[in-house]
Design a protein around this ligand. Structure first.
Ligand code: ADP
Ligand code: ASP
Ligand code: MG
Length: 426
């Protein structure tokens, strides 16, 4: 008998029928003799709809109240799921994040889990119940307020529960069969990966592959949790995310698995580019600019600076679209002080990233990328690299086509089209 944590995302519980399907899956796991703890997301696109509603009543909703609102989505699905399980003759008990002992820091909208005290969950398990926990939410001890963990945060809830309860596996159920070599909505020939290393998954998640939330993968790495990403809509095995020293449960004893050089391609439409034009080319100006941007709360991703011929230079950087307005406002306020000439805002960019641990030991990976883009007539605007990733910024309109071209160039195309079972891709 194992302890299994299962997480069901919004598209898995979008309506009553889907909730019943999930309930059956949970009950089947219980019937097989396992203890089951479930983290559940809000139904369908509920969180987006609640956000829109908030924006209709206030341009900048108070963070505390926004968390009160958004956390209600998961309360609806957890109670409905418990009811559906009851009606199948099984005992289930739902808990909010705070009842489940999900203790976080006080940062509304992006809280981090600092402790998990699952006393009530253990009691319920000991009494033979299936435990359902509202994902995406926690509680801060100092402010005594409800917090949320950031968009996609139900994945983190599940991993944190798996760590605290010492579960055998954390199964993350979604509308795709696992982690693919690219987003199957963008690259239909993407293939499901049997397994992926934690470090590769972190890079993919950080660069747009939202199938797993980056903080959940980080948490799993720190606490040695085995993640199995799989589909609610099929019984096929999914993808194992393997930390250092972790064994692939599917791998026969002693078998050596050959690792491809490139694990996958990620696409990201969520950033905007800001160009600070005509910056005096003297020491200290970049420091001034990025101090201002940091103070605005914007999270800078890529940076490029042009060579200057005239004593002035242009500095471009990318930030999440949601942070761009604050960064622009802060920079504009300091224009005279810094001495730049003007600001340009471009929110029509896309980022393409190629990720693979094999890049450490193989040369020519970037040449393949640049050749493929050039053959496709696609212009590159910015480039950045890490040890196991190459990213390029392109026109947003070119991104999907570029991803397909590059996917083919690395030999990642599968024979059949990947299935996306549900969801709106929102
Ligand atoms: P959930 O609502 O279950 O949390 P998400 O929408 O957050 O699901 O994540 C699943 C989606 O992630 C898929 O529908 C797919 O479009 C997208 N996705 C992006 N990159 C990948 C990838 N490399 N592999 C699989 N899915 C991906
Ligand atoms: N419901 C939240 C969101 O849409 C959390 C999650 O689904 O993981 O971001
Ligand atoms: Mg998700």
């Amino acid at each position: 008998m194992a302890l299994i944590v299962q997480k069901y995302g919004g598209s898995s519980v979008a309506d009553a029928e889907s909730i019943k399907r999930v309930a059956k899956r949970i009950v089947d796991t219980r019937r097989a003799g396992h203890d089951v703890v479930v983290a559940v997301s809000a139904m369908g696109d509920t969180t987006d709809e609640l956000l829109e509603l908030a924006n209709q009543v206030a341009p900048i909703p108070a963070p505390r109240e926004l968390d009160m609102l958004l956390s209600s989505g998961e309360r609806i699905s957890m109670a409905l799921l418990a009811m559906a399980i009851h009606s199948m003759g099984f005992e289930a008990r739902s808990f909010t994040g705070s009842q489940a002992g999900m203790i976080t820091d006080s940062q509304h909208g992006a809280a981090r889990i600092v402790d998990v005290t699952p006393v009530r969950l253990r009691e319920a398990l000991d009494e033979g119940a299936i435990v359902i926990v509202a994902g995406f939410q926690g509680f801060n001890r100092d402010t005594r307020d409800i917090t949320t963990l950031g968009r996609g945060g139900s994945d983190t809830t599940a991993v944190a529960l798996a760590a605290a309860l010492d579960a055998d596996v954390c199964e993350i159920y979604s509308d795709v069969d696992g982690v693919f070599t690219a987003d199957p909505r963008v690259v239909p020939k993407a293939q499901k990966l049997d397994h992926v290393s934690t470090e590769e998954m972190l890079e993919l998640a950080a660069n747009g592959a939202k199938v797993l939330y980056i903080r959940a993968v980080e948490y799993a790495r720190r606490h040695g949790v085995l993640i199995h990403a799989r589909s609610t809509f099929s019984s096929a095995e999914g993808t194992y995310v393997l930390g250092e020293g972790m064994k692939n449960p599917r791998e026969a004893e002693g078998a050596v698995m050959e690792e491809p050089i490139v694990a996958g391609v990620a696409t990201d439409f969520s950033h905007a580019k800001i160009t600070v034009a005509g910056v005096p080319d003297v020491p200290g100006k970049a420091a001034d600019i990025f101090k201002i941007v940091a103070k605005s709360g914007a999270n800078v991703d890529m940076i490029v600076q042009n060579v200057s011929a005239t004593g002035r230079t242009d500095i471009s950087f990318t930030v999440p679209k949601a942070d761009a307005a604050a960064a622009l406002k802060a920079l504009a306020a300091e224009q005279t002080e810094v001495g730049f000439q003007n600001l340009v805002h471009d929110d029509q960019i896309g980022k393409l990233s190629v990720v693979g641990a094999g890049m450490r030991t193989h040369s020519g990976v970037s040449a393949t990328l640049f050749e493929a883009l050039s053959a496709g007539g696609i212009n590159i605007e910015m480039i950045s690299t890490s040890e196991i990733r190459i990213s390029v910024v392109l026109r947003g309109d070119d991104l999907a086509e570029a991803a397909r071209t590059v996917h083919t160039a690395y030999g990642l195309d599968g024979d059949a089209e990947a299935t996306v079972h549900a969801g709106t891709g929102r």
